[in-house]
Write a protein that binds this ligand. Structure first.
Ligand code: OAD
Length: 271
């Protein structure tokens, strides 16, 4: 049961916000069917980050045990094919349309904030559907459908699977060089860091949504917000890693709590 007093307190803070920023993690997409990383049964419970969390690891494992990597990647394709924004994503998009939410900083690569309708999304760990040229750094984005249907034909429908199948997934850049998915693997540089710090340092309210707060530098963003005097609302059904700096802590799924907060904000603003 959602605690109504906490929802009301959060809605009062959000309704008064001039610069609301949301900081999201995998939990926000859990209700879209995408497993989180560190919950029991999550991705890092089932797969070895050394094998699937780095580019070198994937290629090395694909050479040694192609069927295991094929199965991991096929499952990923099927999960993303089914994933659609959930009520939590849509509530954030509505808060942006109401000119309350300024931006979303997300650790997720699933594109679901954009698909829900948010237009200012800072993706610190990249986006699965975007490709980056290894030579000229040019970035392009394929539609979800185009990218996943190509991945399905190479990973799921192809009779044989080996490294060369994996390589054909990426388009060739107009400069002639190879491209790679524009996602941040372990040990790689996090994206849009100065912009994210700027957003966090200048917001007056930050919503922390569905993150375990253990992966840096992203996990330091709430401290920038708090350090600049922002109010913090942490929504997570299982744990509250930022409880020490939070004004309101809501132990509930974001897909439940965010639509309730939105409803209350609309009442407060007479909309
Ligand atoms: P984690 O898997 O570490 O944490 C997910 C959080 O979501 C946990 O705190 C859960 O309690 C919470 N959660 C679960 N279901 C939820 C729901 N329905 N609503 C709200 N919260 C829910 O995921 P992240 O914190 O996003 O990095 O992980 C950070 C980074 O670690 C990821 O971006 C990824 C990973 O390694 C890279 O791949 C570079």
């Amino acid at each position: 049961m959602v605690n109504e007093a906490d929802i009301t307190r959060a809605a009062e803070i959000v309704a008064k916000a001039k610069n609301l920023v949301a900081f999201s993690g995998a939990g926000v997409s859990a209700e879209s069917g995408i497993p989180t990383f560190r919950d029991p049964g999550g991705i890092w419970d089932r797969f070895d980050p050394d094998e699937v969390g780095t580019t070198g690891g994937i290629f090395s494992a694909a050479a040694r045990k192609p069927e295991a990597i094929r199965s991991f990647l096929s499952e990923t394709v099927e999960t993303f094919e089914k994933a659609r924004p959930n009520p939590g994503h849509f509530a954030l998009a509505e808060l942006e349309r109401m000119n309350i939410l300024r931006s979303v900083i997300t650790q997720n690569i699933d594109d679901l904030h954009f698909q829900a309708g948010n237009t200012r999304v800072l993706e610190v760990h990249g986006n699965l559907y975007r490709q980056r040229c290894l030579a000229c750094n040019k970035k392009t984005k394929l539609t979800k459908e185009k990218y996943l249907s190509k991945a399905r034909s190479v990973l799921i429908e192809a009779k044989e699977f080996d490294l060369s199948n994996l390589l054909t997934l990426m388009p060739t850049c107009e400069c002639g060089s190879s491209m790679r998915p524009d996602v941040v693997m372990f040990g790689e540089a996090v994206q849009v860091v100065p912009e994210s710090i700027q957003e966090a340092s200048t917001c007056d309210v930050m919503l922390i949504l569905g993150t375990s707060g253990v992966v840096y530098p992203a996990a330091s963003l709430p401290r920038y917000a708090r350090g600049s005097g922002a109010k913090i609302i942490d929504i997570n059904p299982r744990e509250h890693p930022f409880a020490d700096m939070s004004d309101v802590v809501i132990s509930e799924k974001t897909g439940v709590a965010l639509p309730r907060i939105l409803e209350e904000v609309k009442k407060i603003r007479g909309e």
